[in-house]
Design a protein around this ligand. Structure first.
Ligand SMILES: [Zn+2]
Length: 370
């Protein structure tokens, strides 16, 4: 068995962890380029805590608060231009996966002369140091080697992949997630679950990632009753903390195994149907497990056990309680999306790869019937 396990991110977790561990950021540089969205970081306290930590370190900063959901390649070049002009020597990304992924891309483009054509294929030698403060519990971008950008040329998502873009530091303070809406909470939790499940079904899964991934699934299961209540306001701090840990764990494992065809198939749902990324994975996950259960049932046994499910049906019922009414695709869309999914790189690491007709059947089962 050939294994290459690499996880250099330092993760600190707990209430007030940004201020309490401010000194950890000292080694990153003298001036931080803070990348965040326009609103939530100001409201949830993450920006204030970050500014206080930088101030305690006598580090200066420039604030770039124009990160948008699903950042595009053009957005990345725009942020990088401002980063270069600012003279900052490290990136502090605060927000959901979109802000952190945009921060990573800007950190790459600030010190590499790359065109959109070479951005995704050139091995990187230097990237500005990155620290991440996630304010949603989903992508786990604080621990991954990916920056996922919307690519209008391929009409999908493209990923900058490099060990150099794994953030040096990730600060997990669940207080920043207390006021997230119910849909965001559920969709991001589904993304985190999907990362752990998919990593177990990747050809790169190893004993190093298996234990973490199963732990991520078990933590999701512990949070399930709170998520099933259907209201954000009653999700307790202890559950919020668990969701944040499950998300970081999901990031740690996919940094080593990649995501598989579930993510590859989900991209078309997001690009063409504007279905949230985590929800897209949640919609497809049960149907893909059903496919695997018919080809290689032993592969999904540990996943079902960690979820406390006796069968794929049980697993799907748990997800259905969160997904509500499913979106519907037409037969033409299903055929088109299956062909597109047949071209994604995720297929190469998928341990039980579906063919095009299989993917049509997975889409049909998950979101067919329009
Ligand atoms: Zn994801």
């Amino acid at each position: 068995m050939k294994i290459n396990y690499y996880m250099p991110a330092q993760i600190v977790a707990g209430d007030n962890c940004v201020r309490d561990n401010a000194a950890l950021m000292r080694a990153l540089g003298d001036k931080a380029f803070i990348i965040t969205g326009s609103g939530s970081a100001k409201k949830n306290g993450s920006l204030d805590d970050s500014l206080a930590a930088l101030s305690a370190n006598k580090q200066s900063c420039t604030l770039f608060d124009k990160a948008l959901p699903n950042p595009s390649i053009e957005d990345a070049y725009g942020a990088a231009e401002e980063l270069k002009r600012s003279g900052c020597d490290f990136v502090l990304a605060i927000g959901g996966g979109s802000s952190i992924d945009l921060g990573k891309a800007a950190a790459v483009l600030a010190c590499n002369d790359l065109t959109p054509e070479t951005l995704f294929s050139t091995p990187l030698k230097k990237v500005l140091p990155i620290a991440a403060v996630p304010t949603t519990a989903g992508t786990g971008s604080e621990a991954t080697n990916y920056s996922i950008l919307t690519n209008t040329v391929t009409e999908s998502k493209s990923s900058i992949t490099s060990p150099l873009i794994i953030p040096r530091l990730g600060f997990l303070d669940a207080r920043y997630t207390y006021n997230l809406g119910y849909n965001t909470t559920v969709n991001t939790a589904l993304d985190a679950l999907s990362h752990s499940v998919e990593s177990l079904l990747s050809i790169k899964s190893s004993p190093f990632t298996e234990g973490l991934a199963l732990s991520g699934i078990r933590i999701f299961r512990e949070c399930l009753p709170a998520l099933q209540n259907g209201r954000s306001a009653i999700i307790e701090p202890a559950v919020r903390e668990k969701l944040l840990l499950a998300a970081a764990i999901g990031g740690m494992v996919i940094a080593n195994t990649g995501t598989i065809i579930v993510h590859g198939m989900g991209y078309s749902l997001t690009y063409f149907k504007h279905i949230d990324h985590g929800r897209a994975n949640g919609l497809l996950l049960g149907s893909y497990l059903d496919f695997v259960s018919k080809k290689d049932p032993a592969k999904i046994e540990p996943i079902l056990k960690a979820m406390g499910a006796q069968s794929v049906g049980d697993f799907e019922a748990a997800l259905n309680s969160l997904l509500g009414v499913r979106e519907k695709l037409s037969e033409d869309e299903i055929k088109d999306f299956a062909v597109r999914a047949g071209r994604v790189l995720h297929l190469k690491v998928t341990a039980v790869p579906p063919g095009i007709p299989d993917m049509e059947a997975i889409y049909r089962r998950a979101v067919g019937g329009a």
